[in-house]
Design a protein around this ligand. Structure first.
Ligand code: SF4
Length: 437
C-alpha cells in the first residue's frame, strides 16, 4: 500500500511563494506521527509532503492520500483532495479544521478523522486495507498520551528546518480563551508520562530542541516535574507557555535550570476589558513589564504575541502596544489580527451579531480581517496591524528592543531580521482584501 501524507499551506507560508523563509520553520510532528502510526503488518510505503518546504506533485502514485489541515489551509486541502479523488485515489482529511467542521470536510474526503488520530488512524488504515473504509473516525473518550508512538523523524530532511528536533510533552490546554481552537477541538490538557518524554529526548541525542506543546504549564505540578527531569539532560530548549509562569518563581527557576532559553507567551492585549472579553482573565492581574523582567533576569528570550481587533480596541491600541513592546524590550514580538476560527465561542458570538464578513477560510490566517470590528473599520484594523509590524521591526526598533533585552542575542538577531522581512512583505499578501472590505 502506498500512503501519501500531505500538509498543505495557505498562501502566506507556501513554498517559494509565501513570506516566511525556510529558516524560520520548526520540524512539524503531525505527519511524522501519522507515519509512525501506520501498522507494520500493512507493509505500507509512506511518503510525506510538507507544502511549506516543497511543491506538491499531483501526479504522484498513491493508493491512499491523507491530508492534515488547519482552517487557513482548509481550502488548499480541499483543492488537493478534489484533484486526487478525480484520479480515483481515496482521500482522508484530518487535523483541527476537519475536527471543527467534519461535515464540511466530508464533502471533499472519503473519510474524515475527528480529534486526535492515535487510535482512529491505524483503525482506518486496517479498514481501508480490508475494503471497508468508513466515512467518519472519531476520537474515543479516555484518550491518553501514555505510550505514544515516537514520530518517524527519519522521513524528514533535517536541512529543511531550522530546528529539526521537536518534541511534545502535553497536548491541549487548561484555559478557554474564546478565540482559541484548542478548547473547542480538543480540550485537555493531556499529559505524557515525564519518563517517556525524557526517554524520547535521550534517543534524539541532541542538546537543542523545541517543545511544540500549546501550553507547557497547563498543569503546574506536571510542568515542575518535567522541568526537574530535564535538568540532567543539559538541554537548550524553547516552548510555549502562558505569562503565569513569570509569577511562579520556583517554576521559572526550574525552567531556566532545565535549559529554557526562549518562551512564546500570549500577552494578547494591554487592555483589561479586552482580556476579560476574550476569557483571558488570567492575564489581567499581571504587570507585563514585570513578566518581561522576570524572564530576562533568567536569560530567557520572549516571543511575545499580541492580537488586535477586540471590541475594546481603538485606533490607539496599535501605537500603545508597539510603545510597550519597545519599552519593555520584547525580543521577538508578533501581532495577529483577531480571528474567529469556526466553531469557537468567538465565531459563534460574531456570527450571531452579524459581524462575520467572510467564511473564505483562506483569509483565516490571523493576518486578514474576516469580521467587522467594533471601534474601527476593517481597513483600519488591517493597516494598523501592518504598521505595528513595520514599526516594531524597523532597524532602530530592533536595536532598541534587543539592547534592552540583551538575551540570547545570537538567536534573537537573525530571528528579528527574518521577521523584519516578513513585516515588510505582508502587504504583498493582502491582495484578497479588496474583495473582502
Ligand atoms: S492559553 Fe493559549 S492554548 Fe490555552 S486556550 Fe488560551 S490561547 Fe489557547
Amino acid at each position: 500500500m502506498r500512503i501519501l501524507l500531505i500538509s498543505p499551506r495557505g498562501p502566506l507560508y507556501r513554498h517559494r511563494t509565501g513570506i516566511m523563509k525556510k529558516s524560520l520553520r520548526y520540524a512539524p510532528l503531525t505527519l511524522t506521527t501519522l507515519a509512525a502510526l501506520v501498522p507494520a503488518e500493512l507493509n505500507a510505503e509512506v511518503t510525506m509532503l510538507d507544502e511549506g518546504i516543497e511543491a506538491i506533485d499531483l501526479d504522484l502514485a498513491a493508493d491512499l492520500v491523507a491530508i492534515s489541515c488547519i482552517t487557513g489551509t482548509a481550502l488548499r486541502a480541499y483543492e488537493l483532495a478534489d484533484q486526487f479523488r478525480r484520479r480515483g485515489i481515496p482521500v482522508v482529511l484530518g487535523g483541527v479544521h476537519p475536527t471543527l467542521l467534519p461535515d464540511e470536510a466530508q464533502l471533499h474526503g472519503d473519510a474524515v478523522v475527528v480529534g486526535y488520530a492515535e487510535e482512529s488512524w491505524p483503525e482506518l488504515l486496517c479498514d481501508f486495507a480490508a475494503g471497508r473504509l468508513k466515512p467518519r473516525y472519531t476520537q474515543r473518550p479516555g484518550f491518553t498520551l501514555a505510550g505514544l508512538t515516537p514520530p518517524r523523524r527519519e522521513l524528514l530532511h533535517p536541512g529543511n528546518y531550522t530546528m529539526f528536533h521537536t518534541v511534545e510533552a502535553t497536548r491541549g490546554c487548561v484555559h478557554k480563551c474564546d478565540f482559541c481552537v484548542v478548547p473547542t477541538a480538543w480540550g485537555g490538557p493531556y499529559l505524557r508520562p515525564v519518563q517517556e518524554v525524557v526517554d524520547e529526548i535521550r534517543r534524539l541525542e541532541t542538546r537543542r530542541l523545541i517543545f511544540l506543546d500549546l501550553n507547557l504549564i497547563s498543569e503546574r505540578e506536571y510542568a515542575g516535574e518535567l522541568f526537574a527531569a530535564l535538568i540532567p539532560l543539559r538541554l537548550t530548549w524553547g516552548g510555549l507557555a502562558t505569562i503565569g509562569i513569570a509569577s511562579d518563581a520556583e517554576l521559572l527557576d526550574l525552567a531556566a535550570r532545565s535549559g529554557c532559553r526562549g518562551l512564546l507567551l500570549g500577552f494578547e492585549s494591554l487592555c483589561h476589558e479586552s482580556l476579560l472579553e476574550t476569557r483571558k482573565g488570567m492575564n489581567t492581574r499581571k504587570d507585563y513589564h514585570e513578566v518581561v523582567r522576570q524572564l530576562h533576569d533568567r536569560d530567557i528570550a520572549i516571543m511575545g504575541c499580541f492580537a488586535f481587533g477586540f471590541d475594546h480596541d481603538t485606533r490607539d491600541s496599535f501605537a500603545d502596544t508597539v510603545d510597550f513592546v519597545l519599552n519593555a524590550g520584547i525580543d521577538l514580538p508578533r501581532y495577529a489580527i483577531l480571528t474567529p476560527f469556526p466553531a469557537t465561542p468567538l465565531f459563534q458570538r460574531l456570527k450571531s451579531e452579524g459581524r462575520i464578513l467572510t467564511e473564505n477560510w483562506d483569509l483565516y490566517d490571523a493576518q486578514h480581517v474576516v469580521f467587522r470590528p467594533e471601534q474601527m473599520t476593517p481597513e483600519e484594523l488591517l493597516r494598523g496591524t501592518e504598521l505595528a509590524w513595520k514599526r516594531t521591526y524597523s532597524y532602530p526598533s530592533i536595536v532598541r528592543r534587543l539592547l534592552k533585552a540583551r538575551t540570547q542575542l545570537a538567536a534573537a538577531i537573525p530571528a528579528n531580521l527574518g521577521y523584519r522581512f516578513y513585516a515588510n512583505n505582508l502587504s504583498r499578501f493582502y491582495t484578497c482584501r479588496e474583495a473582502l472590505l
